[in-house]
Design a binder for this molecule. Structure first.
Ligand code: AQP
Length: 327
């Protein structure tokens, strides 16, 4: 069976961008593959996190992933598998610095921080380690992470060609993007990607937001001055609302055109808000019902399973590099 791997950072409240760009897809394809889904807490700390809050966010995120339907056997907490950090170091040693300095996310995030940690620069190497550690064939991500998966392929190729003696060490991973929802934009600013770390109250819809809050945020979403939906040439805000509706309902392009062409923005927003509320309601219901001990147990079990695969890759990597192995 081919293997799928992806990750999400416990950096804030997960939003519908994370859900439509990645998590919905994770749940959908999980049984077609051997699946590993990581809560990447080591990535989260590349920017300062309040320790108490981080702990709570990890628990909350794990609960949300279970509520979305992710199988508990697939759930891994990155810091519980030390092989992620160990492989990251080995890959750091084969990654040219220039490759990292060119990363779009590094450039954007480093501009927003007063002190840039070395960890922020190394973020994509750690992500490459997450993927290559499990020899993943497929990586379902939103559009913002596409460049990092490409870099992972470059690192894998470089490693394989530098150390060819024992054959190809790493499997080459492929990116898996959703057809709709790969880049959900902020409701307050449709030119900016919806993001957990954006502070604006009307920016993102959290997966655990109350229906009343969801309706309020969508009714206030930025559109433009046209009187109604111009389906062939919608402005960025309207395009974003249409994409959110389509990603939640899985409506066909024909249905979308028939339903929304010429619709006034007030009605568009009401329709989108109801689709989002209906899409999130069962997830929120399940989330409320999951006992905390089930969350801890899932993280423990999934991480232990993952370590077995991780160890075998790491031994292979060390052997390829000429490091001493005892097995
Ligand atoms: N706006 C988005 N639209 C579609 N997909 C998105 N993803 C993130 N934002 C959008 C996808 O969600 C997965 C998990 O993301 P992450 O936690 O690894 O971090 P990120 O990509 O940096 O997401 P955020 O929300 O913007 O977090 P912060 O603010 O902490 O950086 C990934 O597959 C991502 O593509």
């Amino acid at each position: 069976m081919k293997r799928v791997l992806s990750g999400i950072q416990p950096t804030g409240s997960p939003h519908i961008g994370n859900y439509l760009g990645a998590l919905k897809n994770w749940a959908k394809i999980q049984y077609d593959y051997d699946s590993i889904y990581c809560i990447v807490d080591l990535h989260a700390i590349t920017a300062y996190q309040d320790p108490k809050e981080l702990n709570t966010k990890i628990q909350q995120l794990a609960g949300i992933l279970l509520a979305i339907g992710i199988d508990k056997k697939s759930l891994v907490l990155q810091s519980r598998v030390p092989e992620h950090a160990e492989l990251a170091w080995l890959l750091t040693c084969v990654t040219p610095l220039g490759w990292l300095e060119r990363m779009t996310q590094y450039k954007a995030k480093s501009q927003a921080q007063e002190t840039i940690s070395d960890g922020l620069l190394q973020y994509p190497v750690l992500m490459a380690a997450d993927i290559l550690l499990y020899q993943a064939d497929v990586v379902p991500v939103g559009d913002d992470q596409r460049q990092h998966v490409e870099l992972t392929r470059d690192i894998a190729q470089r490693f394989n060609s530098l150390y060819p003696e024992h054959g190809e060490t790493f499997t080459m991973p492929a990116t898996h993007l959703p057809t709709v929802g790969a880049r959900v934009m902020g409701l307050d600013d449709p030119e900016k990607k919806m993001s957990k770390s954006e502070p604006g109250a009307g920016h993102a819809i959290g997966l655990l937001d109350d229906p009343a809050v969801i309706r309020k945020k969508i009714m206030r979403a930025t559109t433009d001055s046209k009187p109604g939906v111009d389906f062939d040439d919608p402005g960025a805000g309207v395009r974003n609302l249409l994409a959110i509706y389509q990603a939640f309902t899985e409506a066909s392009n024909e249905d979308m055109r028939a339903r929304f062409s010429g619709m006034r923005y007030g009605d568009l927003k009401k329709t989108v808000a109801e689709a989002v509320v209906a899409g999130l309601e069962p997830i929120q219901q399940r989330y409320r019902e999951i006992p905390p001990e089930q969350i801890t147990e899932a993280l423990r079990l999934g991480s232990e399973n993952a370590r077995r695969i991780a160890n075998s890759t790491l031994t292979k990597v060390k052997r390829a590099m000429g490091l001493f192995t005892f097995d």
